[in-house]
Design a protein around this ligand. Structure first.
Ligand code: ATP
Ligand code: MG
Length: 415
């Protein structure tokens, strides 16, 4: 993509009412546009990142047998009345039609997915099954001051699994937890997992995946030595205590963002919809249901919070909007422009996603924009690099710079 043609431009200031670092940087760099508190549009750069995050999640959910769907987000009120969510879920957006019918906007999809599963899973032979989607959610959140980390409209991957027995559910629960750790690691983050009660959903166990950041809204306590981690308020242990699990480490307190969670929903939803399957003996049984969420937009915001520096965003390679940022420093030298055009074509032909800064701007402005946008690898072409027969390649993460000869550049950027 030629930057001169890119729909967005960087800007010096974020909107005055934007207090979250993630949204400030993403707005300034042209990734997102703020519509109102808690609602953002995703612009070309932002959508590229979001799609890459979604793809990481998609790959990991497919790998554990998840089947992708696109479930309705405009819901019949009847389904929510059946489960008690119509009056019981405080964040549910309710819509009144001109025909006096009422609808809900999807804040989660149990009310839609359970009746669908009921139609297709009538026998134990149809179980287990796990279906998921990646899409918009709507919640009437009271406070929305964390940028894209807490939206009133936001992106979520939500998966739902249906099982014959508790044992089979437990088996899949462990597999799903492992897949979650893979997702967060691939996105450049270290996640800790807390055990919590299922809250509004059930008395059963749930796990929350937390990434340490001051931009989060949760307080956790974790062990310096082992993987023990708990929510402050749930845990009886306090900061400075010895770890109740390993007995070796000390507990530290930190702010964290909940990037995902998994719930054992038990039979609550099948019961509400009168959903049973026939077991091996022909007896009607309620399936055990699990739900598994990852906030895709919250994850994107968390990556920005955790990995950015004073100059701007630092994307990990897998989710960066482009893998290389090609910057031509031509001044009045037309050879540089021609050489940069040639390299740009070459990289495109080789399937390397490149943002090409072909704009007529001073070097300092181009570098400042590149730092703000945060593409992990920068390739500079100038009179100097041409005279040396190569390109200057540098890393946004650690600033390391190397001259790469013309003959090696494609291979270098591939890896
Ligand atoms: P929180 O306690 O932060 O409100 P939650 O417990 O309500 O989260 P779930 O209903 O389990 O969250 O949703 C699954 C995931 O969706 C969460 O782990 C989080 O990553 C994300 N999420 C939840 N609410 C929002 C929101 N308002 N904006 C962005 N992401 C959200
Ligand atoms: Mg919530």
């Amino acid at each position: 993509m030629r930057q001169s043609k890119l729909f967005t431009k960087t800007r010096r200031e974020a909107p005055k009412d934007e207090v979250a670092k993630n949204a400030q940087l993403l707005i300034r760099a042209g990734y997102i546009h703020k519509e109102m508190a808690g609602v953002y549009s995703y612009l070309p750069l932002g959508l590229r990142v979001l799609k890459k995050i979604e793809n990481v999640i998609r790959e990991e959910m497919n790998a554990i047998g998840g089947q992708e769907t696109a479930l309705a987000t405009l819901h019949p009120s009847e389904n929510w009345k059946k489960t008690g969510g119509w009056d019981g879920v405080d964040v549910l957006f309710k819509i009144q039609s001109r025909t006096e019918k009422e609808y809900a906007l999807g804040q989660s999809e149990e009310e839609i997915v359970t009746p669908i599963a009921q139609e297709y899973a009538s026998s134990y032979k149809d179980l287990p099954v796990a279906i998921y989607q990646i899409g918009q959610k709507y919640r009437d959140e009271l406070r929305a001051k964390s940028g894209i980390m807490r939206g009133r409209e936001f992106g979520m991957k939500d998966m739902y699994s249906f099982h014959e027995t508790q044992e089979d559910f437990d088996r899949f629960y462990e597999i799903a937890k492992k897949a979650y750790f893979k997702v967060f690691a691939r996105c450049g983050l270290t996640a800790k997992v807390t055990e919590a009660s299922g809250g509004a959903f059930s008395e059963k166990l749930s796990y929350e995946f937390m990434v340490l950041t001051d931009a989060g809204e949760d307080d956790i306590i974790y062990c310096s030595e082992c993987a023990h981690c708990a929510n402050v308020g749930v845990s009886k242990a306090a900061e400075g205590d010895m770890c109740p699990k390993c007995g070796k480490g000390k507990l530290a307190k930190a702010r964290a963002a909940e990037v995902g969670n998994v719930f054992d929903l038990g039979v609550k939803y099948p019961k509400a919809f009168d959903f049973t399957y026939k077991d091996k003996n022909g007896e009607a049984k309620s399936p055990i249901v699990g739900c598994y969420g990852i906030g895709t937009t919250r994850l994107m915001g968390t990556i920005v919070e955790v990995l950015s520096d004073e100059k701007g965003i630092v994307w990990p390679k897998v989710v960066a909007p482009f893998s290389a940022h090609l910057i031509a420093i031509s001044g009045s030298n037309t050879d540089v422009g021609a050489e940069a055009d040639r390299l740009y074509e070459l990289l495109c032909e080789n399937g390397i996603e490149v943002l090409y800064d072909d704009r007529d701007l001073r070097a300092g402005e181009k570098f400042a924009d590149a730092d703000l946008i945060g593409i992990p690898v920068r390739v500079v072409i100038s009179e100097k690099t041409i005279s040396e027969g190569g390109f200057e390649v540098s890393s946004r993460t650690n600033g390391e710079t190397a001259m790469v000869p013309d003959s090696d550049i494609v291979e270098r950027l591939r890896n």
